[in-house]
Unconditional design. Structure first.
Length: 379
């Protein structure tokens, strides 16, 4: 039977249920959801599949050991007990990063040093060598101390999974691809959806919705750290890439439309959509929100300018009001707006049917959901 690994995928707070569904769809076992992450079990094929296919995970970490440590000796012994020589070749580069929260071992640099020393000692013994040149493939080691419980992990992703490979540049304070994918899921984007975004910026929401509808794996245009791991055969990655390509649905009827007042943003969005392989399904135009008309069959997904993205609260309130008037005049299938504006409903002019608390990085936001048609101008 193939070796089973425990994997951990961190995600934005508030997107755990979406990620859990994604993970289960890949055939993962022992799925466990906690705040800001989903843990699951699978073999090397799942490591590749998770990196290639998960839309809302920030990265995929291989959990090697969980144990309690309140002293440096306990920290050292736990790390040393991991069979590093079976995972890392003798020339592996293995930088160590970590964090500590509410733990007796509170100095991260000191913990880093102990973890590194334990790996070195185990590798020297396991590989029967006194020299570890660290000139080979990169194996990023991460540790996390929480209330004296240590987790030791290998980062299989490398760059964060939000780096899909299609966004060369971005407009001011863009929405992360992984969060955009979660909003597309909450907005129930399907293969035949028509989607609009009146504040499209560099096009991320439209592009992520298109990739979801066409079932284009988000990781197809990039590489991952674990592609160079000795214990994962290259054939596994080749098979999973081929499987992802075969599962794409280029015949899906999806169309996405993005509008922005900034011509540079629109040009950037068009370039990004082409790089993402959805250029023919994503249409971008220079337009002011005051001229926006939601189409009756459309789902509107949007990230209205606010705070850091705009700097003027009065202007943000005015834009939300204009959007609300457009929605009430021409309600579509649904409108899903993510914003840090706590008074968005007041500015929009209609209470949301549902709200979802979510964090955009460290910024607390809400997704305001409108999917019932207004009556008499108000909901």
């Amino acid at each position: 039977m193939p070796t089973q690994y425990t994997l951990v995928a961190p995600c934005f707070f508030g997107t755990e249920s979406t990620l859990s569904f994604e993970v289960k769809r890949l055939g993962a076992q022992q799925v466990k959801v906690t705040d800001g992450r989903v843990a699951f079990a699978g073999d090397v094929s799942l490591i590749a599949a998770a990196n290639l296919n998960l839309r809302t995970a920030e990265r995929v970490l291989l959990l090697l050991k969980t144990y309690t440590a309140t002293t440096f000796d306990e920290l050292f012994d736990g790390v040393y007990s991991i069979p590093w020589e079976e995972l890392l070749p003798a020339d592996a580069a293995f930088p160590v990063k970590g964090s500590s929260l509410s733990s007796q071992l509170s100095s991260v640099p000191a913990c880093q040093s102990i973890v590194k020393k334990a790996i070195v000692k185990r590798m020297q013994a396991g590989h029967h060598t006194s020299t570890l040149p660290e000139t080979g493939a990169l194996y990023k080691v991460r540790f996390a101390l929480r209330k004296n419980v240590v987790e030791v992990m290998l980062d299989t992703s490398g760059d964060g999974l939000h780096k899909r490979g299609y966004r060369r540049n971005a407009t001011l304070a863009p929405i992360k691809e992984t969060l955009a994918a979660a909003i597309a899921d909450l907005g129930r984007i399907r293969r035949d959806s028509l989607m609009q975004d009146p504040f499209c910026g560099s096009g991320t929401l439209v592009i992520e919705a298109a990739q979801k509808a066409l079932n284009i794996a988000p990781g197809l245009r990039r590489r991952f750290a674990a592609e160079k791991f000795d214990f994962i055969p290259a054939q596994v990655w080749a098979e999973q890439r081929q499987k992802a390509i075969e599962e794409a649905r280029p015949d899906a009827a999806f169309e996405g439309y993005g509008y922005d007042i900034d011509p540079d943003a629109v040009a950037l969005a068009q370039a990004n959509a082409r790089l993402a392989g959805v250029g023919e399904r994503c249409h971008f135009e220079v337009a002011d929100v005051k001229d926006f008309t939601p189409r009756p069959e459309a789902t509107v997904l949007t990230n209205p300018p606010y705070g850091e993205r705009l700097g003027d609260a009065a202007e943000a309130a005015s834009l939300a009001k204009t959007l609300g008037m457009a929605w009430r005049a021409h309600p579509g299938q649904g409108l899903y707006a993510i914003t840090a504006d706590a008074d968005f409903e007041k500015h929009f002019g209609t209470p949301a049917v549902k709200r979802r608390k979510i964090y955009n990085g460290m910024i607390p936001c809400q997704i305001y959901m409108y999917f019932r048609r207004p009556t008499h101008g108000k909901q």
